[in-house]
Design a protein around this ligand. Structure first.
Ligand SMILES: Cc1ncc(COP(=O)(O)O)c(C=O)c1O
Length: 435
């Protein structure tokens, strides 16, 4: 095992070459170990992912696709990319896959440019109601290239009303309808979206970045099963892989998407990331991952119920997936940014979040967003979710009391230390020696 950069040898080298970066790395490991990570888009990757991200695949240029490259020396990269594509197709029951996108935003851009023309109309979810920046938020470059029409969630339910989506589709005749979200705690009616798209002749595109792992693990519905044309997912969220993205689609769109990813959008793929994606997809197809996906949702439901019992008001009243959004203003008279800072002081990391039709601005919004993929990857279950909800409620009620927050931080650390972060094996002595 000498070829992994994240090995003891490489780490020793790093320590000698750059003590500042080395120390920051050690402190980050401690931060991730001692605190609880509840940001729903984050996770602890599989340990195998560290091995490949820190491997010699980092050194290789592989522009092109397996069997059709612009550089020599591809006998091993062709193997990993072919495995990655085949595994993505099998896992998501799709005819075509591309595992080269460098990230989630690039992957969505590749879909738009591959299947549409500049100026085409796309119907997608509004950012402030839970959609993603790349779904046409006015601040994103994509909104300057394509004509985005945005659907919203309905108040007071906080849910998507497909009749409203249909009305917008009939009015604007989009070329593509997107479903998918960064902040929406409910399952989507993919068949309902498909029906609307068929009625207006639009392509169907599901961006399942947040829930790709839950779909892979069979815990949530797979849009490809109801005939979606394209689906994209980041690989670093619920899938527990490297940072990156992948696209699956019907075979007829494959050539256009391949060309759009490379040479349209990207140059050389990051083959260490492609290799790490390939092993992630293998692990995500195994029975243990089914259990993981099921537990992520069970944990989210327990956390949601316990928070509600503690006085938190949840957008949509609960969750069907891995995440929830709390209206902290009505629940605790705190804006989301103040809640985020107080919880951070208690060792609990999550993010401030706008709620649907938020009267407050994004940096001081009305809520927080949290989820369970990372906690579940550490092996935490129902008991810990109840304990964490209790800690959160106490922290939110003591947001300006530093002494109480420090005490809560010790309690959080005590829970966390019973559940090591997968793949982070170094002991306390080594960390304190480095600090
Ligand atoms: C739904 C959705 N799509 C795309 C992305 C973009 O991913 P990345 O941050 O890797 O560009 C995200 C990231 O949060 C997301 O939630």
């Amino acid at each position: 095992m000498t070829n992994f950069t994240y090995s003891a040898t490489a780490l020793d080298q790093l320590k000698k070459s750059d003590s500042e970066i080395f120390t920051a790395l050690m402190h980050e490991e401690t931060r991730q170990s001692d605190g609880i990570e509840l940001i729903p888009s984050e996770n602890y990757c599989f340990p195998e992912v560290y091995a490949l991200l820190g491997s010699v695949f980092n050194n290789k240029y592989s522009e092109g696709y397996p069997g059709r490259r612009y550089y020599g020396g591809q006998e091993n990269t062709d193997i990993i990319e072919t495995l990655g594509r085949d595994r993505a197709k099998a896992l998501f029951r799709a005819e075509y896959a591309n595992v080269q996108p460098l990230g989630g935003s690039a992957m969505n851009q590749a879909v738009y440019f591959g299947l549409l023309q500049p100026g085409d109309t796309i119907l997608a979810m509004d950012l402030s109601h839970g959609g993603h920046l790349t779904h046409g938020a006015p601040v994103s470059h994509m909104s300057k290239v394509f004509n985005f029409i945005r659907y919203k969630t309905e108040l007071p339910s906080g849910k998507i009303d497909l009749d409203k989506v249909r009305a917008l589709a009939l009015q604007h005749k989009p070329k593509m309808i997107i479903c998918g979200f960064s902040s929406y705690p409910r399952e989507l009616d993919y068949a309902g979206f498909k029906k609307i798209a068929d009625e207006v002749g639009a392509l169907t595109f599901a961006d399942v970045s947040h829930i790709g792992g839950l779909i892979a693990g069979g815990a949530l519905a797979n849009p490809m099963d109801v005939g979606f044309d394209v689906m994209s997912t980041t690989t670093h969220k619920s899938l527990r892989g490297p940072r990156g993205g992948l696209i699956v689609a019907k075979k007829q769109f494959g050539a256009a998407i391949d060309k759009s990813v490379f040479p349209g959008l990207q140059g050389g793929p990051h083959m260490h990331q492609v290799a790490a994606t390939a092993i992630t997809l293998k692990l995500a197809s195994e029975p243990a991952f089914k259990t993981y996906a099921k537990n992520v949702i069970a944990n989210a439901k327990t956390l949601a119920t316990s928070l509600t019992e503690g006085g938190a008001q949840l957008v949509t009243g609960g969750t069907d997936n891995h995440m929830m959004v709390v209206n902290t203003v009505v629940s605790f008279n705190l804006t989301g940014n103040v809640a985020e800072v107080a919880l951070d002081a208690a060792g609990i990391t999550l993010n401030k979040q706008v709620i649907p039709d938020d009267p407050l601005p994004p940096m001081k919004p009305s809520g927080i967003r949290l989820g369970t993929p990372a906690a579940t990857a550490r092996g935490m279950g129902e008991t810990e979710m109840k304990q964490l909800a209790g800690l959160m409620i106490r922290a939110l009620k003591a947001s300006d009391d530093a002494a109480t927050l420090a005490k809560l931080r010790d309690e959080t650390r005590a829970i966390c230390n019973r559940f090591p972060v997968p793949g982070v094996l170094r002991d306390k002595e080594e960390k304190s020696a480095a600090a």
